[in-house]
Write a protein of this length. Structure first.
Length: 126
């Protein structure tokens, strides 16, 4: 019997779309059954673009060497920092700089894009 994952997230680090391919975000969103889904869409230089279809809360964490950019496509998305909470609405984005402790959450289902380095550990650095 396998031990349960410490985080209840469906995180897929495989690259879904190769260069010169159409990135079909609506199809992935329509097919998503997970409450916290993260899929790497494509690589751009040394970075990746990821799709998040999210509802609920992520845990508090930080990335020691990597910045993260979040961009909301649908719904509302919150980024909690130690001293404040940022609410993002559709077509708004926000950068969390490396080393900043944060938690993301979506009280209702939302769809976001993330840009970060290929080497980032999505659950944070220990």
């Amino acid at each position: 019997m396998n031990a349960p994952s410490p985080y209840p997230y469906a995180t897929h680090l495989d690259v879904k779309f190769a260069p010169l391919s159409v990135v079909d975000v609506p199809r992935l969103v329509a097919e998503c059954q997970d409450r916290w889904y993260n899929q790497t869409l494509c690589e751009v230089n040394d970075s990746v673009i990821r799709l998040g279809v999210l509802q609920g809360e992520y845990h508090w964490h930080k990335h020691d060497r990597d910045d993260e950019f979040f961009f909301v496509l649908e719904g509302r998305f919150w980024i909690d920092l130690e001293d404040r909470a940022i609410e993002l609405k559709p077509l708004e984005g926000f950068v969390v700089p490396r080393g900043v402790v944060h938690r993301t959450r979506a009280p209702e289902r939302c769809v976001i894009l993330m840009s970060e380095t290929r080497a980032i550990v999505p659950t944070g650095d220990t």
